[in-house]
Design a protein around this ligand. Structure first.
Ligand code: RIB
Ligand code: CA
Length: 314
């Protein structure tokens, strides 16, 4: 097996974030260096707590968890309790965590890690608003070329928005941060709603997770049965889109996915389309390609991978 890939997950748990974190912890292809948290689905005080609860669930109280920005760079914070519940991790009842919160600020951790680890060895997987990532880039531009790649969940094009008619939540919450990240020159793989909406937590898929029989499978099934209800009602679907694990799954098995290099720009001025990701999918502009935009996946392989890996956890 090739050398495990070093990874920092930047997250706003969030039930789908939880599955992404658990998948990373359960996969030998990945060396999860640390988890940085950001305000998004729920305020920072809850996202950092939830990240620590998820580490406990995985039996990884040794994992380093950091708290980062409690608000976007410019705009006021918008949260999504209507989707994720008041705690942000509604569904299972999880005990107060043993996993400690690190003293260091998440942005300083990202900067220090990029400076310490070999250049080009660390992948960043932001699966919430991009506030921490953009702040690290602004505070320490020397670290930008040291980033191996950014695999982010965010944006939408043909699938249009989920928090406004034009914008996906992660980008909408902090569009100024997204603009900085997409202009950084770092290789980006973008997992927009166009692909995540094809990864539905269908009844049979949730049942397979519950049937694993370990505490992780039961807890994740309870998370998803809560998380999916909002999107099932909204879209009339069997199951809801399992957004965030698409990033980690791409690191493990990129052939599950397909997409194309595109130019992606972020709307930061219009109140009507604030946070929209304008994807030049048909290459009609001369703007440079700055992201591999993923549009499709083999959903059965995706869920099989998650189920198989989560079975290795407690
Ligand atoms: O729009 C979906 C994204 O917003 C996911 O990352 C979900 O966790 C929420 O943060
Ligand atoms: Ca998220």
């Amino acid at each position: 097996m090739t050398q495990p890939q070093s990874l920092i997950i930047d997250t706003d748990p969030g039930q789908d974030d939880a599955v992404a974190i658990l998948l990373a912890l359960a996969s030998p292809e990945i060396n999860l260096l640390g988890i940085t948290t950001v305000a998004g689905n729920v305020p920072l005080a809850l996202t950092q707590l939830n990240a620590r609860k998820i580490c406990d669930l995985a039996g990884r109280t040794d994992m380093q968890v950091f708290a980062g920005l409690d608000r976007p760079l410019v705009r006021p914070l918008v949260t999504a309790e209507h989707v994720h519940g008041r705690t942000g991790l509604d569904g299972p009842v999880l005990p107060d965590p043993e996993t400690p919160l690190q003293e260091q600020h998440a942005v300083d951790y990202i900067i220090d890690t990029l400076r310490r680890e070999p250049a080009g060895s660390v992948t960043l997987a932001p699966i919430g608003p991009l506030s921490n990532i953009a702040m690290a880039m602004q505070r320490a531009p020397d670290t930008i070329p040291r980033i191996r790649q950014i695999i982010l969940m965010g944006g939408a094009y043909f699938e249009v928005g989920n928090i406004t008619p034009a914008a996906e939540f992660n980008i909408y919450v902090d569009p100024h941060a997204a603009q900085i990240v997409f202009a950084s020159g770092v290789p980006i793989t973008m997992m927009p709603l166009d692909v995540t909406h094809k990864a539905l937590t269908r009844t049979d898929r949730v049942a397979a997770l519950r049937a694993i029989g370990n505490r992780t499978g039961v807890a994740v099934a309870e998370m998803l049965e809560f998380f999916e209800r909002f999107d099932e009602a909204k879209y009339g679907s069997d199951g809801g889109p399992l957004h965030d694990p698409c990033t980690v799954a791409w690191m493990i098995a990129p052939d599950i996915f397909n997409g194309r290099p595109c130019n992606v720009e972020i709307e930061t001025a219009s109140p009507l389309t604030m946070g929209m990701t304008v994807v030049d999918w048909w290459q009609v502009s001369s703007r440079p390609h700055n992201a591999l935009v993923i549009g499709d996946l083999d959903a059965d392989r995706f869920f099989s991978l998650i189920t198989e890996r989560l079975a290795t956890l407690p």
